[in-house]
Design a protein around this ligand. Structure first.
Ligand SMILES: Cc1cc2nc3c(=O)[nH]c(=O)nc-3n(C[C@H](O)[C@H](O)[C@H](O)COP(=O)(O)OP(=O)(O)OC[C@H]3O[C@@H](n4cnc5c(N)ncnc54)[C@H](O)[C@@H]3O)c2cc1C
Length: 382
């Protein structure tokens, strides 16, 4: 093994060789590590994360435990095959149910406070397609996924001139994504999975019986670890390791208000095919989206703020969501997702004899992260 790292004999014997290494410590990497440890209880599993916290999407998202809004699913059906849309829907449904069962609703802050899509003039035609959409989804679920709700807009003090009507989503809930990731981390460590943060993997080199993993930290010389199998769960950052992979980064902009006295609503809300979303969290409003305003500029792994999009979010918040409620923006942040060029289906595959991939989660990883971990672990037979 070629490394300049100053290994002691003790380190070489205890900290260098693993059965399975996972690169990327977000929701998918954590679920993958857990699924592998459950499948091979006697094997050693190490998870390598470049940030001190997961530094992509998993702790930056909106915490919608989501199946997809009606206009999003209708949009998907216009671009993808019915089978692909159904398969993704099922992945989300099953993934969410498994996550809730694994960790428990209290631990992840799961609540069902209502989920709605608010329709403006451009989207109101979707109402006529709700019945067909419910029929389309009926092989997978007993109840109607969507029902029309005409009262929520006035009741929640949204702008009744801008929003014409609402579709209630009867399947979705919300969760606290910080609690979700922390619970996954605790669960993984409890199983005996070794977690290394601050470890940027700058290269992987497949050899006859495994993979050499080049790890960089800010303080030490590069260290080379070796694992028999490697799962790459680096989502939007995967091209840094595999430049030809078919995915593009997509940045998401988010703002949150200061706590608002007597906020008129709870629950989660979708707008415009899911490109905008907002929710209540601890009497604040979290509002994100707007990537569709500038797809090219937002196809980046840079975490910078896009002022034009934040201004648009502020405008929509003030005029359509909280038109009657005084509020102040507290702060903003960004997170980075990964999208396919012509598909929303994630990549879960054996890439080479010892390297596996579970990447390209779009805006759905909270819901189907556990399914991605389970499915990639299923491919590994060592
Ligand atoms: C603003 C926003 C809102 C969203 N809202 C929702 C929502 O409401 N519901 C929903 O289901 N989904 C939502 N998503 C999407 C969801 O967050 C993602 O699909 C999910 O978190 C992806 O998880 P992941 O583990 O694949 O990727 P990530 O969370 O990006 O994890 C990848 C990890 O790999 C690490 N990494 C990368 N390269 C390396 C390397 N070379 N070495 C070591 N580590 C590396 C990164 O630091 C990162 O922590 C949202 C995303 C964003 C950005």
């Amino acid at each position: 093994m070629t490394t300049n790292y100053n290994f002691s004999i003790w380190e070489k014997e205890s900290f260098v060789h693993y059965h399975h290494a996972i690169i990327g410590g977000g929701i998918v990497g954590l679920h993958t590590a857990i699924a592998l440890k459950n499948k091979f209880p006697t094997h050693s599993v190490i998870l390598l994360e470049k940030g001190l916290l997961p530094t992509g999407a998993s702790t930056k998202n909106a915490g919608f435990a989501c199946m997809g809004s009606a206009t999003e699913l209708l949009d998907d059906l216009s671009k993808s095959s019915p089978n692909e849309v159904l398969a993704l829907f099922e992945m989300r449904r099953k993934g969410l149910a498994d996550t809730r069962q694994l960790l428990g609703d209290d631990a992840i802050g799961y609540q069902a406070n209502g989920s709605y899509e608010l329709l403006n003039e451009n989207d109101v035609h979707a109402i006529g397609k709700i019945e067909a959409l419910n029929t389309f989804l009926s092989p997978l679920i007993q109840e109607n996924a969507f029902t029309i709700n005409n009262t929520i807009i006035a009741q929640n003090k949204f702008d009744i001139n801008y929003f014409k009507t609402a579709i209630q989503n009867n399947l979705e809930g919300e969760l606290h994504t910080g609690k979700l990731v922390k619970s996954l981390l605790h669960y993984a460590m409890h199983l005996g999975i070794e977690v290394r943060t601050g470890c940027n993997v700058s290269g992987i080199d497949e050899i006859t019986n495994g993979v050499n993993i080049i790890c960089n930290t800010s303080t030490e010389q590069a260290m080379v670890l070796r694992a028999t199998t490697v799962c790459i769960c680096t989502n939007a950052f995967t091209k840094q390791l595999l430049p030809n992979i078919d995915l593009e980064p997509g940045r998401g902009q988010v703002l949150v208000t200061k706590p608002i006295g007597n906020l008129a609503f709870k629950g989660i809300y979708h707008l415009e095919q899911g490109y905008y979303y907002f929710r209540e969290i601890n009497n604040r409003v979290l509002f994100g989206g707007g990537r569709n305003l500038d797809f090219d500029k937002e196809a980046t792994t840079s975490f910078a703020i896009n002022e034009a999009i934040i201004n648009d979010l502020q405008f929509k918040l003030a005029n359509y969501i909280l038109p009657h409620t005084p509020h102040e923006i507290d702060y903003t942040w960004t997170g980075i997702m990964a999208f396919g060029n012509n598909t929303k289906t994630p990549i879960i595959q054996k890439y080479s004899p010892h390297i596996y991939l579970a990447v390209r989660c779009g805006g759905m990883g909270v819901a189907f992260g556990s399914e991605m971990g389970r499915q990639v672990a299923e491919l590994i037979n060592y």
